[in-house]
Design a protein around this ligand. Structure first.
Ligand code: HEM
Length: 317
């Protein structure tokens, strides 16, 4: 162990957090908190009716939770003193709507104190967000535990929007997820918004021969350049992922085929025959996309982690 190369050690660390859980079950709260899912659904519904950006935020929050230390609510913990938590890691600074999970937790605690983990509440809220946006419904496996560790530095393990297909494949397979899961889950980009900083590299000084990524459609690149000029001062500037950014449809895959998606990681799905054929399949059938998305969400949301049921999602017990 002492002589193990750092890269191998990191891979093993992720692997050990990512074994698919057999400890989850469909009826975990059947006796102890039968109302939990309807309570969470109501809170997410009410928050969404006040703010249409909530569903995208909760879906991405669950993905970022599951990819670091498994789905253990570690993304919900606050930094303490000099110890920065995942929440304050660079890719997570644009996460928002944490208050929705906190208020769902308070509502659940009022009825079933000490029973339901924050990680489960986030998994329910992500599913409810998709349903509210017109996407598929699935049964969420239950019984996750909340973790006691959250480190900002570990957010470097999240996939970057500049990743190519082999980097994406590696990131997903370390967590037990396949290429089909990668293509289906990337469809989460049918919802929400991105800041200029996440795709700036593709539209200015892309490489030594191209100012703009040549895989981007020219007219689309020009419109992105207008929104995100080189010296972009507006911190919140950016654009929706998809013109129908509050609807869980299959437009995202159509946009990939038109070379009009924001990230290299989206466009990369066209660079292997297997992922390309799935993009075509989902672009032509919303039903096929919805079915695959639900299946892959169950897989992703079953990545193991956690030890306790937190009382307050922001702090360990
Ligand atoms: C495949 C690797 C992925 C990469 C590299 C990636 C990267 C990103 C980036 C850079 C943003 C924009 C952040 C910002 O500038 O504000 C974003 C937004 C988003 N991502 Fe991903 N993502 C990936 C996979 C996923 C998955 C698996 C899901 C969910 C199943 C997802 C759901 C979302 C959503 C809903 C948003 C919009 C968030 C909002 O509007 O608040 N992403 N993603």
């Amino acid at each position: 162990m002492a002589f193990m190369p750092v890269a191998l050690l990191c891979s093993l660390t992720i692997l050990s957090f990512s074994s698919l859980s057999s400890s989850l079950s469909w009826n975990y709260y059947y006796k102890s908190c039968p109302q939990v899912e309807s309570i969470v659904a109501q809170v997410v519904h009410d928050a969404t009716s006040r703010d249409k950006t909530v569903p995208a935020a909760l879906l991405r929050m669950h993905f970022h939770d599951c990819f670091i230390r498994g789905c253990d609510g570690s993304v919900l913990l606050e930094s303490k003193g000099g110890k920065k938590a995942e929440k304050d890691g660079p890719p997570n600074r644009s996460l928002h709507a944490f208050y929705v999970i906190e208020s769902a937790k308070r509502a659940v605690e009022a009825v079933c104190p000490g029973i339901v983990s924050c990680a489960d509440i986030l998994a329910f809220a992500a599913r409810d967000s998709v349903v509210l946006s017109g996407g598929p419904r699935w049964d969420v496996p239950k019984g996750r535990k909340d973790g006691r560790t959250s480190r900002a530095i570990e957010t470097t393990q999240l996939p970057s929007p500049a990743f190519n297909i082999s980097q994406l494949q590696k990131s997903f397979s370390l967590r037990g997820l396949s290429m089909e899961d990668l293509v289906a889950l990337s469809g989460g980009h049918t919802l929400g918004f991105s800041h200029c900083s996440s795709y700036q590299n593709r539209i200015h000084n892309f490489n030594s021969t191209h100012d703009v990524d040549p895989t981007l459609r020219r007219s689309f690149a020009s419109s992105l350049k207008n929104i995100c000029p080189v010296k972009n001062k507006a911190k919140n500037a950016g654009t929706t992922m998809d013109p129908s950014s509050t609807t869980f449809d299959n437009t995202y895959y159509k946009l990939i085929l038109q070379r009009k998606t924001l990230f290299s990681s989206d466009q990369a799905l066209l660079t292997t025959p297997k992922t390309k054929s799935l993009v075509y399949k989902f672009a032509t059938s919303k039903k096929a996309f919805h079915t695959a998305f639900a299946k892959s969400m169950i897989k992703m949301s079953s990545i193991n982690g956690g030890q306790e049921v937190r009382k307050d999602c922001r702090f360990v017990n």
